[in-house]
Design a protein around this ligand. Structure first.
Ligand code: FFO
Ligand code: ATP
Length: 198
């Protein structure tokens, strides 16, 4: 089997495992990940944090988002453009009305001229279908985060969040894949890239 086929099978297998999780397990593991995340030195120091808004049993980021607001941080989330496979970032507040955008993921409404430049973001909390110990990430195959991190979003600290079963031996990385600096699972933190002050 070639690498492309292996990667596709791994994606299907991991997505199936995540789909079959019960709500209580999603809550319990998300809470454990959140506690570790908000305690990271790089998170405490961050003024602006790029979160994703969870869908389909992804690690729930809402508690961490509320924590960030309470700590006075700026919270930004992506608005995706499926035509160009790119993301723009918008700041959200507790009262920002969110709408279902591409793929049924909640997004802030479009506000021309109000998007936040990626260079202003200190840390990104990154969703994934799977991760490996080197910090490589398997996503839905759209290349959104790879494109973002290899371009304007290059400077921020990248923190992947995952359930235990999403941490695998290898995600069959390709040359364009951008590594995470840190991956957090409910039971531990994986320091993947050389960032001196994490
Ligand atoms: N919460 C969250 N937001 C996110 C991501 C994510 O993984 N999670 N993304 C991370 O990249 C981007 C959206 N990427 C996505 C890419 C494809 C599909 C998707 O549903 N794909 C179809 C496959 C066929 C198709 O292209 O339509 C599928 O899986 O059924 C979903 C999200 C940006 N926002
Ligand atoms: N920096 C980039 N510039 C242009 N195309 C890219 C870049 N990074 C990735 N791509 C393209 O995007 C496609 C999907 O990449 P990949 O399979 O790694 O996505 P993924 O990381 O699983 O998805 P996502 O980030 O959306 O969750 C690939 O065909 C790749 O060629």
């Amino acid at each position: 089997m070639d690498q492309k086929e292996e990667k596709k099978r791994l994606r299907t297998r991991l997505l199936r495992l995540r789909e079959t999780m019960d709500a209580e397990t999603v809550r319990r593991w998300s809470r454990a990940v959140t506690e570790t995340l908000v305690d990271l030195e790089s998170f405490r120091r961050a003024g602006t944090v790029f979160f994703y808004l969870p869908f389909r049993n992804e690690v729930d980021t809402w508690d961490a988002i509320r924590f960030a607001w309470q700590a006075g941080k700026r919270v930004v989330v992506p608005k995706t453009d499926p035509k160009t496979k790119t993301m723009e970032l918008y700041a959200i507040h507790p009262d920002t009305p969110l709408i279902e955008g591409a793929y049924g993921i909640l997004e802030p409404p479009e506000e021309p001229g109000r998007c936040v430049i990626p260079a202003a973001v200190d840390l990104a909390v990154v969703p994934g279908v799977g991760f490996d110990e080197k910090g490589y990430r398997l996503g839905y195959g759209g290349g959104y985060y790879d494109r973002f991190f290899s371009g304007a979003g290059a400077g921020m600290i990248r923190v992947g969040v995952a359930y235990p079963f999403q941490m695998v031996e290898t995600v069959f990385p390709e040359v364009h894949d951008q590594r995470m600096h840190v991956v957090i699972t409910p039971e531990r933190v994986w320091h993947c890239a050389d960032v001196s002050d994490l």
